[in-house]
Design a binder for this molecule. Structure first.
Ligand code: DER
Length: 233
């Protein structure tokens, strides 16, 4: 279908344009679009020289399934280039991430990387964060703190909802790091206000990380329904 085609289009173009023979340590993100990134990296002629750092269990499986060497953030705190998906992308390349509940390790890999290239289908190119098809900013919280953080988020003007594991699992989603996810709807967040909101959320006791990625993405490849690609820097 058109969405799936645009995911593959963006991922292949991003890897073909940006993965250089000088790159050794590659960050691999989470979600359905990066499946094509791992596939394309797995086709690289110098794949045996590469080591790939995952952003969670699903990402780890993608690396293994594509015959790529697996590394960790502990071993490789400096990454040459990372490829990852996004839920929403604004005009400043600010992102909402975390739809797949992998945002902590995604932000850790992004912070370790010299450059982060985002790959996405056209539904993500919202221009302003908070307009997307998923509701809210994903926030990873320590389970013991989730009710306290929910109260604090409401005071910040948000509408917090703990992400349920249903139908797969009764009770909250538990992340690869053993934490909960709160999706908090703040409505539309103008690009100029994303950094401030991120800082306020991050300062709350019990918050591990937010799905607001500010100043981390260096490029974005958007696959369009008509088969073209929009490149943003
Ligand atoms: O959780 C994330 O941030 C992932 O990157 C995810 O949101 C991207 O989703 P998709 O590539 O499956 O659309």
């Amino acid at each position: 279908d058109l969405v799936e085609k645009s995911k593959k289009l963006s991922a292949y173009a991003a890897v073909d344009d940006n993965l250089l023979s000088t790159h050794r340590v590659i960050g691999i993100g989470s979600g359905s679009t990066v499946v094509y990134v791992a596939e394309r990296v797995g086709q690289a002629s110098n794949k045996s020289d590469l080591v790939c750092v995952p952003t969670g269990f699903q990402s780890r499986q993608l690396i293994i399934d594509n015959g790529l060497r697996l590394g960790s953030t502990e071993e490789y705190p400096e990454i040459d280039i990372a490829f990852d998906g996004a839920d929403e992308i604004d005009t400043n390349l600010g992102l909402i991430k975390g739809g797949g509940a992998c945002l902590f390790q995604e932000k850790l890999v992004a912070a370790c990387s010299k450059q982060l290239v985002v790959v996405a289908d056209y539904r993500k190119d919202t221009g302003v964060l908070g307009k997307g098809w998923r509701k809210g900013v994903p926030i990873e919280v320590v389970p013991a703190a989730y009710t306290k953080v929910s109260l604090d988020l409401a005071k910040l003007g948000g509408k917090p909802v703990v992400r349920s594991g249903l139908p797969a699992k009764a009770g909250p989603v538990v992340t690869d790091n053993g934490n909960f996810i709160i999706d908090c709807d703040f409505g539309e967040i103008p690009p100029a206000q994303v950094a401030e909101l991120n800082a306020k959320i991050k300062a709350l006791v019990g918050v591990v990380e937010t799905g607001l990625f500010v100043g981390l993405a260096s490029k974005a490849y958007i696959g369009n329904a008509d088969g073209t690609i929009t490149k943003k820097t």
